[in-house]
Design a protein around this ligand. Structure first.
Ligand SMILES: Cc1cc2nc3c(=O)[nH]c(=O)nc-3n(C[C@H](O)[C@H](O)[C@H](O)COP(=O)(O)OP(=O)(O)OC[C@H]3O[C@@H](n4cnc5c(N)ncnc54)[C@H](O)[C@@H]3O)c2cc1C
Length: 393
């Protein structure tokens, strides 16, 4: 879709689209088969696009690389550029975008925002620059939707250290991560009973990870378990020296949900484009299938869903205000965009007929990837329960 963009926005979108199409797309088949990890390309992308300046990694970093230049002081266009960067990445490889978001967003940005000066230098900066791979470890085998209430991982207080024991599962990047932001319930000491995030490093005695899990989709994004067997962690590894538990986890989840909604939108937009182009060139009964009103109805409904989802992921661009801090609004957007991603992807398969079911035509991969976003970052049911709780306060 063209979306009637202004010339600056068009240039930004075209730059990212060309970059991901030319540089990432050729790597996708090997990444999907697990023969190539996403991390080397993350490092390359960071360098080639000059993301230090684009993502404000270190105020001193000069603008360089291929990132489209945003007119100085135009914060609205800068917000457009940041969202479009994620959308264009997800159009080509949602699983690459998932791994990148977990590392740079959930670990890197989180530690940069809440960490001590030492933690920012030692952990956040190398992850934001893609030199290290980060992971965000909340979910446990027995605690998914009820991640906080059901958490079994414990951090025993020992004066100048904690001892962590437990297991995490379904963790994006875990099989290859260098650093882990691990949530645990504290036993003893001044933070007794609270849930706290600890920064752990691969190589700490007692910390091990499982191999990559076999999945329905998001196959280019390694997912795995983290095992913690009496891992002794100095108190300095407590994120920010200790944070208010629920608010911290909630705001991390809000960031995750915004990011996941953007991935769903990218999936839906690519699937819509593929289906519309296909409908115009595929002939049956002597004419393009786009002439048939039953096909037009599918395309029109896909477009309605897509344009509504666009209003959410680009809210801070269209309305010229930062995205709402409202939990209900974020959950509503995440829920809606996740369902739009799956809906549009499966409609695209249908419009392509048997070809849509074949790997070569991309939409089947995007449909498999789309389903994850209805589960991760809180399932649809969790979004509904949270929205209901917030609007009935
Ligand atoms: C590919 C992938 C990557 C992931 N990456 C990460 C990661 O990086 N970090 C991380 O911490 N986690 C990650 N997750 C975990 C993800 O967030 C959880 O899978 C998700 O929160 C759901 O938890 P669960 O799988 O245990 O399902 P469950 O909580 O067991 O839910 C099962 C079903 O029951 C429903 N249900 C549960 N409670 C209720 C209720 N009260 N009312 C109605 N229905 C309910 C759910 O909606 C769902 O349909 C990832 C998962 C996947 C698949």
């Amino acid at each position: 879709m063209d979306w009637h963009l202004g010339s600056t926005e068009q240039m930004i979108r075209d730059t990212f689209r060309a970059y991901f199409h030319e540089q990432l797309e050729p790597l996708v088949p090997a990444m999907e088969r697990g023969e190539q990890l996403p991390y080397p390309f993350m490092r390359r992308m960071h360098r080639e696009l000059g993301l230090d300046a684009f993502l404000s990694v270190g105020a001193e970093a000069p603008a360089r690389g291929k990132t489209p230049s945003v007119p100085a002081g135009d914060e609205r266009v800068a917000r457009y550029a940041r969202t479009t960067f994620s959308v264009e990445m997800a159009r080509v490889s949602p699983s690459f975008a998932l791994s990148y978001g977990a590392s740079v967003g959930l670990f890197g940005a989180n530690v940069a925002k809440r960490g001590t000066a030492e933690q920012v230098t030692r952990y956040a900066m190398p992850v934001l620059r893609c030199e290290l791979v980060g992971s965000w470890c909340l979910t446990e085998p027995q605690a998914g939707s009820d991640a906080l209430g059901g958490m079994q991982t414990r951090a025993r207080y020992g004066g100048d250290h904690y001892v962590l024991r437990g297991a995490k599962t379904f963790i994006t990047n875990a099989p290859y991560a260098d650093v882990f932001l691990v949530y645990a319930r504290v036993q003893g000491g001044p933070l007794d009973g609270s849930i706290q995030p600890f920064i752990l490093e691969r190589g700490m005695p007692g910390l091990t990870t499982g191999g990559p899990m076999k999945k329905m989709g998001m196959r280019g994004s390694p997912t795995g378990e983290v095992f913690l067997e009496e891992v002794r962690v100095p108190c300095e590894q407590l994120l920010g020296g200790g944070v208010h538990q629920r608010d911290h986890v909630k705001s991390s989840l809000a960031q995750e949900r915004l990011g996941l909604a953007t991935l769903s939108y990218g999936i839906a937009e690519r699937c819509f484009d593929i289906a519309r182009d296909y409908a115009k060139q595929r002939h049956q009964f002597g004419q393009p299938i786009a002439n048939f009103q039953l096909v037009q109805q599918r395309l029109a409904r896909m477009y309605v869903a897509l344009s509504n989802a666009r209003r959410f992921v680009y809210a801070d661009y269209y309305s010229d205000r930062p995205l709402s801090e409202s939990v209900a609004e974020i959950c509503a957007g995440k829920l809606y965009c996740a369902e739009v991603g799956t809906f549009v992807a499966f409609e695209a398969i249908h419009i392509l007929g048997g070809y849509g079911y074949m790997e070569e035509f991309v939409v089947e991969r995007l449909a498999r990837d789309a389903k994850l976003i209805e589960l991760g970052g809180g399932t649809t049911e969790m979004q509904i329960l949270t929205i209901a709780r917030e609007i009935l306060r």
